[in-house]
Write a protein that binds this ligand. Sequence first.
Ligand SMILES: Nc1ncnc2c1ncn2[C@@H]1O[C@H](COP(=O)(O)OP(=O)(O)O)[C@@H](O)[C@H]1O
Ligand SMILES: [Mg+2]
Length: 263
Amino acid sequence: MKNTKVISVITEKGGVGKTTTSYNLGCALGNAGSKVLLIDLDKQGNLSSSSGYILSDGKRTISDVIYNAATGYQNDYESVIRHSENNPNVDYIPAGYMLNASNSIIASSSNCNFVLRSILEDEFFNRYDYIIIDNKTDLDLLAQNALNATHYVIIPLDAGIHSFDAVDNMMAKIKSLANTTNPRLKILGILENKVDLTSTSKEIDSACREIYGSLVFDTRIPSRPEQINRTVKFCTGCVNLKGNTLADTYRALAVEVIKRSGV
Ligand SMILES: Nc1ncnc2c1ncn2[C@@H]1O[C@H](COP(=O)(O)OP(=O)(O)O)[C@@H](O)[C@H]1O
Ligand SMILES: [Mg+2]
């Protein structure tokens, strides 16, 4: 993991855009010339299906990789990597249906805080500039493993009433892990998603910048349900879809991410 930056997209609030951000940021970074690996850590598998994964293609998934690492079996990483058809620089490892068992498998390992980290430290992963982990909503042992394998966290935020609570909880969690199991853990940025022209959206933006200052990305992602749905339907990120006005927004986000992560 020499120069590879591991980014976790995570927050305890569901539906705010963790998966959409992971996928479109990954595609935008790939489009800008970085080699990117997306890891789907949510059993729902939305990142996997967005990337073109066909359920049960017979190949191994992230749950197999975690099982092997936690129980001392050798992993064949090449066999678990899928190549994104529409994004030549983007690979992915899909979520498996056994992912909900991963918590107990990890818990039984003597290395229970660092199973995912031990995986990503294999030299196989040095080929990637960025590894982006799409997390689910619970901060369980699997999510803690992801955070212990992470350099930088992106916290998406939408204009909901509980948005700031979720950000505050995440920041407290990150601080506690940075003080204990992962001193290199940093917040890369808070990302405003599903931004619209309502006064609520504007109020959230001002409050967010007042509270969190420069931690908030300059780039804000507008609410464009149809464009997001088309990227999922055609298994291609916004940056690769003609006529997608979100493309420039995700390009701008990728530029900020590259700058903030120092690659
Ligand atoms: N910028 C956006 N504009 C419109 N719809 C969005 C946007 N970002 C996410 N969505 C939609 O919101 C829903 C939840 O997004 P998702 O990325 O799955 O959230 P999470 O992974 O945090 O649960 C999905 O239906 C997704 O298509
Ligand atoms: Mg998700």
